[in-house]
Design a protein around this ligand. Structure first.
Ligand code: PLP
Length: 470
């Protein structure tokens, strides 16, 4: 093998320092770029040769294409004018941890394949229980629950659906009779996960006027299914729906889930991060009654994608649904029963060192830093909500429970869509238009690390000055 096949440590040092400089400059100046990538379909692909190079290229060529090919095709989620979808977390401590984790290249499928990957994760998940005010029985060190990191909330919810299915089957149900319930405003990942997990019946339950699941409608739907010989097996409540951050009544839903022996999962993918602030924890009232819970630190907790946290109130049903021990994975530590093997906690076998970035974020910011970060966004959202409510032209269409403000123009859909176009036209901002109850509305989702008061003021100035074209 040629000696010069690999980048040498000295070359890596030089390129690495240059790339760190690039990262810092990118983060510093991202606000000068258009939020949304302007490229047309196929434009990036057209700049990439149809075959890989025969001989290796110098790193300078790769680095040049980062600026020339990649950057124009990036939509900047960390832009100060990012008000679309939900935020995606990013921070320097998290980026540094990603670098360290890539260097270690550890694969933590078993405790024995890198004990630190497992034990840091367990410790960090227990910290989060404390930081977010979750039930203390979800801590691994007290139990009987425990937490694990997954790639996405979709994975976490899918896992919960599989455990619920296995439990129902173990109780004697016919798999084709199982029913999963969630609200009509739930994220599509619930329905998709149910399909993938083999549920033949998925009910999207009606919501109330605040867009939270209506427990009476849930009761009715369950009763009807039971009368028809079906088996209610899974219920997903939301704390912060994707559309408007609506909150389902966990406690009322839990009573129905318990009565019918359903697995009750809570999806707080976005809003879970806000629970570092005790003043919003009333939205998660009743969590001690549920079976599993997910939220995404990669959305609003300064942690780079991917990083989704998942807890079960009791480890046993999860492990019995997910554990398979082929001979090649047997080892003394596993046989001793003294260690956690996270491969038994989700669908994939292999797993990377995600907890390092979460650990570095939690340590770098501390409880108080995380609270300040979230509280600033909550306050800006309340300020925007108030400005809109005081203005005759705008109607806030849902409670601003967290940092998403949902509103429409009183003149209707065309005027509402006109604002979205006007705000997005020069690349300083990106907001989304959506639909609820058959009517268009504007979503302004605050959460980028780079956003400051001045960006909110500029956004408001534009909203205030907007006049729909007749
Ligand atoms: N659940 C809710 C409430 C969401 O808002 C989202 C994404 O925005 C998801 C689930 C899916 O998250 P992920 O992309 O991590 O699968």
């Amino acid at each position: 093998m040629a000696n010069d096949l690999h980048m040498t440590p000295d070359e890596f040092r030089a390129h690495g320092h240059d790339l760190v400089e690039w990262i810092a400059s990118y983060v510093e100046s991202v606000g000068t770029l258009p939020v949304q990538s302007p490229v047309q379909p196929g434009e990036v692909r057209a700049q990439i040769p149809s075959a890989p190079p025969e001989d290796g290229e110098p790193f300078s060529a790769l680095r040049r294409d980062l600026d020339e090919v990649v950057l124009p095709g990036i939509t900047h989620w960390g832009h100060p004018g990012w008000f679309a979808y939900f935020p995606t977390g990013a921070s320097f401590p998290s980026i540094l941890a990603e670098m360290a984790s890539a260097a270690l290249g550890a694969q933590g499928m078993l405790w024995s394949t890198s004990p630190a990957v497992t034990e840091v994760e367990t410790a960090v998940m227990d910290w989060l229980v404390d930081l977010l005010g979750l039930p203390t029985t979800w801590r691994m060190d007290t139990g009987p629950g425990g937490g694990v990191l997954q790639m996405s909330a979709s994975d976490s919810t899918h896992t919960a659906l599989v455990v619920a299915r296995e439990q129902a089957i173990a109780d004697g149900a016919d798999p084709s009779d199982l029913v999963a319930y969630t609200s009509a405003q739930a994220h599509s990942s619930v329905e998709k996960g149910a399909n993938v997990a083999g549920y033949r019946h998925v009910r999207l339950v009606d919501v109330d006027d605040q867009f939270g699941m209506d427990p009476t409608a849930l009761s009715r739907a369950v009763a009807k299914d039971v009368a028809n010989g079906l088996v209610p097996a899974f219920l997903c409540s939301a704390v912060g729906t994707t559309g408007t951050t609506a909150v389902d009544n966990i406690r009322a839903n839990a009573a129905i889930a318990t009565e019918h022996g359903m697995w009750h999962h809570v999806d707080a993918a976005y809003a879970g991060s806000a629970m570092v602030c005790p003043e919003v924890r009333h939205h998660q009232d009743g969590l001690e009654l549920v079976d599993s819970y997910t939220f995404n630190p990669h959305k609003w907790l300064l942690t780079n994608f991917d990083c989704s946290a998942f807890w079960v109130a009791d480890r046993e049903p999860l492990l019995s649904a997910m554990s398979i021990l082929p001979p090649y994975l047997r080892n003394t530590a596993t046989d001793s029963g003294e260690v956690v093997d996270y491969r038994d906690w989700h669908v994939p076998l292999g797993r990377r060192f995600r907890s390092l970035k979460l650990w570095w974020v939690l340590r770098s910011y501390g409880r108080s830093g995380l609270q300040s970060f979230i509280r600033e966004h909550l306050a800006w959202a309340q300020e925007l909500d108030g400005r809109l409510r005081r203005h005759p032209q705008w109607e806030v269409i849902a409670p601003t429970a967290f940092a998403l403000v949902s509103f429409r123009h009183v003149d209707g859909d065309a005027a509402t869509d006109g604002l979205v176009d006007a705000l997005n036209e020069d690349g300083r901002f990106l907001v989304l238009g959506s639909v609820i109850d058959g009517r268009r509305f504007v979503r302004v989702s605050i959460g980028s690390q780079a956003t400051r008061q001045e960006h909110l003021d500029e956004l408001w100035a534009r909203i205030d000055a907007y006049l729909p074209s007749s």
